[in-house]
Write a protein that binds this ligand. Structure first.
Ligand code: ATP
Length: 319
């Protein structure tokens, strides 16, 4: 393999730049040329493809977002779109592709692999919703952003003796809410993986209030519905002064944490190793701090699960 491509696709995540840097540097270290495809699969169709050099990934390891830009591309989901993409790869002599993103991105990588283009997927998404890896690139940074925000909200919550409902990202996966709730001592955590017991949330709030608690924090994953609706219900059921904060896209940005930079460097580098070794249709990941790779089809057919032990622990600690 003499020429490979790299792209980022789907939602951006802090650490994607560190992964791009690792891919470029590792490939060049092994005498392989690297082509950066801008705007994900859309750029593949449009041919916005440029050769990357050692210097083109300088000064990006500490930056959030993605130097290669990201996009959603409906056309690439079609057979014609994929054929168009393959033509562009052929035109540039690109023999293999590293796709950094979430499960949608891996669907694209799977399609290309089935058509004879070896692809390796690198999990980059703040949601941590990909099976086959303990952590995805961006999760740790997003989590720290949430913690930072909640710590600040907690000051106000205490000063004004309020209950706060904080809505965090996670349409289908509750990892961000779960980890943030445990790390911030939330009274209740509401995630799509666990049936919502509103009565228990209210009992917990009342118990805390009766023993003199000055504030309460409830973390809600966006997949559970609107934080504002939930706040209203709590106010009605308890008469406690309740406020709602939706953290929104602040969770996606920012400088990647040390942990995400290290993870991205390891995964990006390992993806290059696999392409050079002639592997195709794999997703790289980390399990028990060891680098692993899995069949991308298997990953796409497996449902991500949260660590329910953390959920139970949080409940035990916030009695
Ligand atoms: P995140 O979950 O963080 O948003 P993602 O990778 O899951 O990331 P998607 O928007 O689902 O984000 O997918 C990114 C892109 O991958 C799509 O816009 C499309 O170009 C490509 N893609 C998704 N599904 C398919 C598919 N079935 N076949 C080919 N390409 C696909």
């Amino acid at each position: 393999m003499k020429k490979i491509g790299v792209l980022t696709s789907g939602g951006d995540a802090p650490g994607m730049n560190a992964a791009i840097r690792a891919v470029v540097r590792k490939a060049i270290f092994n005498g392989v040329e690297v082509y950066g495809i801008q705007h994900g699969y859309q750029g593949l169709l449009d041919g916005t493809i440029e050769k990357m050099e050692l210097g083109s990934v300088g000064d990006i390891i500490q930056r959030g977002g993605t130097k290669l830009y990201s996009a959603r591309c409906e056309e690439f989901k079609t057979e014609e779109g994929q054929q168009k993409g393959i033509k562009q790869l052929q035109k540039h002599g690109i023999e293999g592709l590293i796709a950094i993103g979430g499960d949608g991105t891996f669907m694209g990588a799977k399609k290309l692999t089935e058509k004879g283009y070896p692809c390796i997927g690198v999990p980059g998404t703040i949601d941590n919703d990909i099976p086959g890896t303990d952590f995805t690139i961006g999760f740790d940074t997003a989590l720290n952003t949430i913690i930072d925000a909640i710590d600040k909200i907690r000051d106000t919550a205490t000063s004004h003796e309020r209950t706060y409902v904080i809505e965090v990202m996670g349409r289908d996966a509750g990892d961000l809410a779960l980890w943030a709730g445990l790390a911030d001592g939330a009274e209740s955590i509401l995630i799509p993986e666990v049936k919502d017991d509103f009565g228990e949330v209210i009992d917990r709030l009342k118990r805390g209030h009766e023993r003199g608690k000055k504030h309460s924090i409830i973390i809600l994953a966006e997949g559970m519905g609107s934080g504002f609706d939930y706040g209203k219900k709590i106010k009605e059921a308890t008469d406690l002064e309740t406020r709602v904060t939706v953290l929104g896209h602040t969770q996606r940005g920012g400088s990647p944490s040390a942990s995400d930079r290290v993870l991205a460097s390891r995964l990006g580098s390992y993806a290059v190793d696999l392409l050079i070794a002639g592997k195709a249709g794999r997703m790289v990941g980390i399990e028990k701090n060891e680098l692993v790779d899995h069949d991308i089809v298997e990953i796409l057919n497996t449902k991500h699960s949260v660590d329910l032990n953390l959920y139970h622990l949080s409940n035990e600690l916030s009695i």
